[in-house]
Write a protein that binds this ligand. Structure first.
Ligand SMILES: [Zn+2]
Ligand SMILES: [Zn+2]
Length: 198
């Protein structure tokens, strides 16, 4: 399959990978929650300004963040022939932000139903070479791990199932993190800054 070039500040490749895993996990794995929908977080949301209350909520939305390891490739540098070492890097502090909303709604025909929405955003990091912001790419296994976490988190938060915290915590040797080039650090969601918002 031909690889798509990720658009700036968005992650179609990640989302296209995650969405079918999400549908499978939420639709067939016990406990099933087929009424939940996964979407990309709209770019207009200023996640930096969001101030969560004690229930981790903001304007009726419940927020959670997940730490994973991502790979970054600066296409701008790669295209201009910069050697790979400078244009690609991986980070043990790669943050996925989830905003969730659950409520009764009515469809176009006035039919009432209950629906849940999950909007996700994967934070970018800035290229050391050209300062371009690059969105992380998650490999297949990390996409699956994220969806498993999401499933358990939703089960816990909205249906009262027990939850054991898990997720990639970052190894001690990976403590090296360029916080000033990390969008999640700027916005206050990065685990590097001790965010434990799971
Ligand atoms: Zn670059
Ligand atoms: Zn960070």
């Amino acid at each position: 399959m031909a690889k798509k070039t990720p658009a700036r500040q968005s992650c179609p490749t990640n989302f296209e990978k995650i969405e079918p895993i999400f549908n499978q996990e939420f639709g067939t794995n016990d406990p099933i929650f087929p009424e939940w929908t996964l979407e990309r977080m709209p770019k207009k949301i200023n996640v930096k300004r969001i101030k969560l209350d004690k229930n981790q909520m903001f304007e009726g939305w419940l927020y959670g963040s997940y730490n994973t390891k991502g790979k970054f490739r600066c296409l701008k540098c790669i295209k201009s022939g910069i050697v790979d070492n400078d244009a690609t890097w991986s980070s043990a502090y790669t943050t996925v932000l989830c905003a969730t909303y659950y409520e009764p709604d009515a469809d176009d025909y006035g039919q009432d139903w209950i629906g849940g929405w999950i909007e996700i955003k994967i934070f970018a990091q800035q290229c050391k070479n050209c300062d371009e912001y690059v969105t992380a790419e998650l490999d297949d296994q990390r996409c699956r791990n994220f969806v498993k976490w999401l499933h358990r988190w939703i089960a816990h938060k909205f249906y009262g199932y027990p939850f054991s915290r898990f997720g990639y915590r970052g190894k001690t040797i990976d403590r090296h993190h360029l916080a000033n080039r990390c969008e999640a650090c700027h916005a206050g969601w990065c685990y590097y800054r001790g965010n434990k918002n799971q």
